[in-house]
Design a protein around this ligand. Structure first.
Ligand code: URA
Length: 433
């Protein structure tokens, strides 16, 4: 087989065979196929797309390039969740214990944040003592005993994706639905859960800026999962506005506890309830309405919070902050960000708000940068809310007061105020699968 012929076939819009795709992925990982030929193929895929069969084969080949987790001992109740990335997205901290409290099995690997989006592992590391690394045996034992464990993503998960992603990043081929879908799903399938719920974010703070693009990505990922024998549902959710009010690691952990205690911002509660219900439909076989009702009960009667406490303690985390939030640390510098005019918040650019939190210390510019766990911001008002001149729109938290002017500059660009109240935006755009 010649790489030249594979590139030519895709360039001309023909379907690649399973053997051709496996030849490319295996050859690239081994170093037999050079970067420039894979780059040419990626560009051909960018323009010609991929069929569902091609996508499935590409995804499985990338998955098989590394370690995979075998969760088959846990039967059909294993369920994972993946978010395509957003601002203020602390849903894993909430949905994982809800679902585990209701009999789902959550054996999960999560990632770190990069750029303006946060990562679950960084949030969990804001909890003193929490271990994001554990041996495979300890991970399995914990899942068997309490139905939940969340660790950092293994470096050996889908190494072909890592190599291809790095190439996409420098060849203008990141923004391709088949390439994003196969990249995400190679890691999700490798993580082993029978059921997967995908939270596909739409809007200014998300990869996919329009509903149509998000729908295409959701459909591609659902097809890959289904063709690979998994149960998959994708929920399209709004990321034009940050989710909840807190953006920043410790701040988001505290907001998650609020929700698990039956309180918390309504938008965050709604998205978490939807995701949890979808996870339960797939993993427990319950109807949607029944699942949603059980989720609401678990939030009200303390079952979800009980499971959260059990999970955090089991992974070494100190749970004292659940009763005394200040024990998670308090930023030494807290500055109010005020409205310059009166009116309604017409628009919030979630990406710029994420960048404001990141410069305060909540995020990293490049992999390996240190995080300030107490840094971030808390929004007092969100899109559609009325504000008065001089009223506080957000409170900035940081350990380094020199970061405040940069964060304020981002917020000034992020928040626009107008005299008219804007139309309400949907929080959940739809469900695929
Ligand atoms: N996240 C991934 O894991 N891969 C992509 O290609 C895009 C987002």
């Amino acid at each position: 087989m010649r790489m030249y012929d594979v590139i030519q076939k895709k360039r001309d819009g023909l379907e690649l065979s399973d053997q051709e795709i496996e030849f490319v992925v295996e050859g690239y990982v081994k170093g037999d196929v050079p970067d420039y030929q894979v780059a040419a193929l990626l560009m051909a895929v960018y323009f010609q797309g991929m069929t569902p069969q091609e996508l499935k084969t590409l995804t499985l080949a990338m998955m098989r390039s590394g370690d995979t987790v075998d969760l088959s001992n846990f039967g059909d109740a294993t369920v994972d969740k993946h978010s395509t990335g957003g601002v203020g997205d602390k849903t894993t901290l909430i949905v994982a214990p809800i679902v585990a409290a209701l009999g789902g099995t959550v054996a999960k690997m999560s990632g770190r944040g990069l750029g303006h989006t946060g990562g679950t592992v960084d949030k969990l590391e804001a909890i003193p003592g929490y271990e994001t690394e554990m041996s495979r045996e300890a991970f399995m034992e914990q899942v068997r005993e309490i139905g939940i464990a969340v660790v950092g993503q293994s470096g050996r998960l889908a190494p072909a994706d890592k190599k291809i992603y790095a190439l996409r990043d420098v060849t203008a081929t990141v923004e391709s639905v088949p390439l994003i879908a196969s990249s995400i799903m190679s890691k999700k399938l490798g993580s082993g859960a029978k059921s997967i719920v995908l939270d596909v974010k739409v809007g200014s703070g998300a990869f996919m800026k329009t509903k149509e693009d998000a729908e295409r990505l959701a459909r591609a990922m659902v097809d890959i999962g289904t063709l690979s024998g998994r149960r998959v549902t994708a929920v399209l959710t709004n990321m034009d506005i940050p989710l909840g009010k807190a953006v920043g690691n410790a701040l988001e952990v505290l907001e998650a506890v609020e929700v698990l205690s039956g309180r918390g911002p309504a938008d965050l509660v709604q998205v978490c309830s939807e995701l949890s219900a979808r996870m339960l439909c797939l993993s427990r076989g319950w109807a949607y309405e029944e699942s949603l009702e059980k989720v609401n009960t678990a939030l009200r009667d303390g079952a979800a919070l009980y499971k959260f406490r059990e999970w955090i303690a089991r992974q070494g985390g100190d749970t004292f902050f659940i009763e005394s939030p200040e024990k998670l640390g308090v930023a030494p510098v807290q500055v109010e960000f005020k409205a310059e005019e009166e009116g309604y918040i017409r628009f919030m650019d979630a990406e710029l708000i994420g960048k404001a939190a990141a410069v305060l210390g909540a995020g990293r510019e490049k992999a390996g940068d240190a995080i300030d766990p107490v840094a971030g911001l808390v929004l007092r008002s969100k899109t559609g809310d009325a504000c008065r001149k001089g009223g506080t729109l957000a409170v900035l938290h940081t350990s380094n007061k020199e970061k405040i002017p940069d964060a304020v500059a981002f917020l000034r660009r992020a928040i626009s105020i107008s005299p008219e109240k804007p139309h309400e935006q949907p929080l959940i755009y739809g469900v695929v699968g």
